[in-house]
Design a protein around this ligand. Sequence first.
Ligand code: PXG
Length: 469
Amino acid sequence: MLAPDNHLPTAELQAMDAAHHIHPFTDRAAMTKRGARVITRADGIYLWDSEGNKLLDGMAGLWCVGLGYGRRELIDVAARQMAQLPFYNTFFQTTHPPAALLSAKLAQLAPGALNHVFFAGSGSEANDTNLRMVRHYWASLGKPEKSVIIGRKNGYHGSTVAAASLGGMGPMHAQGGLPIPGIVHIDQPYWYGEGGDSSPEEFGLARARLLESEIERIGEDKIAAFIAEPVQGAGGVIIPPDSYWPEISRICKEREILLIVDEVITGFGRTGNWFGSDTFDITPDIMTIAKGMSSGYLPIGASLIADHVADVLQDKGGEFYHGYTYSGHPTTCAVALETLRIMQDERVVERVATETAPYLAQRWATLADHPLIGEARSCGMMAAIELSPEPKARAPFAAKTGTAGFICREICFANGLIMRSVGDTMIIAPPLVITKTEIDEMIVLAAKCLDQTHKALRKDGLLVPASEA
Ligand code: PXG
């Protein structure tokens, strides 16, 4: 049976949408002119649009559909839970089985002492929780002046006021007067774009030590926490040099500040371990999770809290005046639990680690030989290629950043591949269940799209490095 109104003509849906739907991260005028792409169904790692075009979903929805589309168990568990208890809140000393079971499951899967869960409806909400919670934590210890949070330029932590402030996206800050006070940002460990002549290891150390100098500058007694993604996702799959995280961990251990690790993208198998913190040997005090937790089938996010933080809040914090109507929503919790059951039963993370991620790494690396590519990098099931007019020099384009990336993205769509552009970096993060054969298909498509992009850029006179502008 078709979902509601799937039969309407594309133009009619586009017209309704253009008239009434304001989209996230979209230039509405540009979209209205061409008409939104209408996605109508999905199966496995593929999507279909309303014109019948098949697309390989190289972005797992939006980094979230780890198990791929059409998993009957997730659909059925949602229906069963909705019949039993579609909603009840978890405020005022109440719980229900899905929230209790999911909390225990997350505590079991999460690394170290992350044994406590505060549920939210999204990653952004969870990061709002984190901001209030770390400040409340220090205030409970009699140190309310420890309130500044250090984030990173080009980090992404969500779109709410607090989350967008914690993130370091300049264009986001420029709209709506962000960041809010009490949040500062240090430079990112982006060796390809900012490393210059230093080796990746030197650069990683230098960028980590910016945290130390920022703590010195502001004063340890004023700083509540540092927040970072293990691998920056929305920033362009920026994998820090090996020297980065050990140095950040050393600094956080030596200083009295909390480490918030945002695993909204890197959590639940994306990096080839259950968490990016496992991959990079990080010990978070608080971890943000969302996306892959429910394979994207229903919206859910959460903050995982380490014992020593939860103990202080329990012993000294009193009531935490914070919560969302849908914190611990029974249906989303049931779907998340089922997602985690499937991941464990089918050994999804192990398969990524031992089979498909090494295969992707090897196949993806071949793209580095393309005359348009300055670097190809991957970590687990996330990967990036850097477009460049002079790859050996890692040169940026003379044209406005994002021009080449946009052209490449459109060519990918036209060829049935969803590969996202971040500036002139092309990124993928396919469903974790992608097979080797499907990886081959994705690489062949990507290479074909790079050839076409190369031709298009040459034809438009865009193969010019910034130094020659
Ligand atoms: N933290 C991280 C690390 C994220 O990647 C969020 C928090 C916010 O989660 P919610 O559920 O509130 O969206 C994210 C979200 C992109 C893109 O274009 C990435 C995200 C969201 C939308 C677009 O890469 N990540």
